[in-house]
Design a protein around this ligand. Sequence first.
Ligand code: ZN
Length: 431
Amino acid sequence: MNLEKQIEHYLKKLYPLNRSITGDGNRQTLKILQEIIPLKIIEYKSRSQVYDWEIPDEWNVNEAWIKNSHGEKIIDFSNNNLHLVNYSIPFSGKINFSVLKNKLHYREDIPNAIPYRTSYYNPDWGFCISYNDYINKFSMDQEYEVFIDTTLKPGSLSVGELLIHGKSNKEILISTYICHPSMANDNLSGIILTIFLAKELQKKELNFSYRFIFVPETIGAISYCANNELLIKNIDIGLVITCVGGPGKFSYKKSFCSEHELNSIVEDVFNEREIDYITYPFDIHGSDERQFSSIGFRINTITISKDKYYEYPFYHTSLDNLDFVRPEYINESLNVYLNVVEKIDKNIIYKNLQPNCESMLARHNLYPSTGGKFIPQQKLSELDIILWILFLSDGKRSLYNISKEVETKIEIVYEIAAKLEKKRLLDRSEL
Ligand code: ZN
């Protein structure tokens, strides 16, 4: 099966599951992902303290519906899991429309869409319906039977984890969130891209190690940080993958330090692929970069999206579905992320092993045979680049930084540095 067919297969398979911040829908999602990569599933117990938060009781849904006075089910969770406000507490009873209407959520501006609502930390219940249904299926003074059979009891919060080892133990964090029920761009597309990115990286020989995590947004990321604090504190850069499957423009959200080279790497990838993109500044709103960028961790984290959250009209509604998201869009985004990771993986920090005066290049067979060699489309010759790399590799400056200094692509600088490493003129400072 080619990659787009596989993406399509998993979009269809995972789309119907009722995901939330806890519950069986998340576990089933992670188990299905284990078909693709050997994801480890970790369970964090309900009611454990994680920094300023507490992991809530586990939520599961058996059924939920509203019947009219003729006994007809007019709203049914089994038709669309967005119908029930996520984390609704159990309820059963007959109530008049004048009371029920306060429990109904709809969007007048998109009359055929069911909105997505949650009530994780405020025990409540409610239904989300299209405005069309609100107008056509309900009438004043009528009585309705409401039945919500949900369970909220101590269980656990499930997360998925995979560490792909490279030559160095230095880790890059790659995170996505698994808490959204049946919506395709936000964020099934992110889950699927992340899993196939992991699969691609597993095939490669990598310089760095890559920690993939699949967590419910906010509480899952916080739980993971609290349970892996030291390890996360050692990570400098990260990617939060979300909303990557829409028909709209590519964009990226900058990391908290806008000068960080990770931002520039993303822009290089867009430019090299001739992709027109939108740049969003860092903001304290958004996804799990909020946690990873907090004072204790300060991980520079970027997000590349294709139809970013908040920005597309179907955001957080039932119209964010499998007609809106296409496998080919996810594949396009996957290639962008893959290019970014390939550049990150080449961004090694070297130290010159002979810092006192210049090395004698002829002795190492680096001069003059290769000295006169010019590289197509680059200003500098290979000899120039060798000299610059040796001059700048002080154990602090990254190859990406050097590549910008010498106006040469990181791929070329990396190849030349690898040659110098083989000749024992350079050594990696992070190994
Ligand atoms: Zn969302």
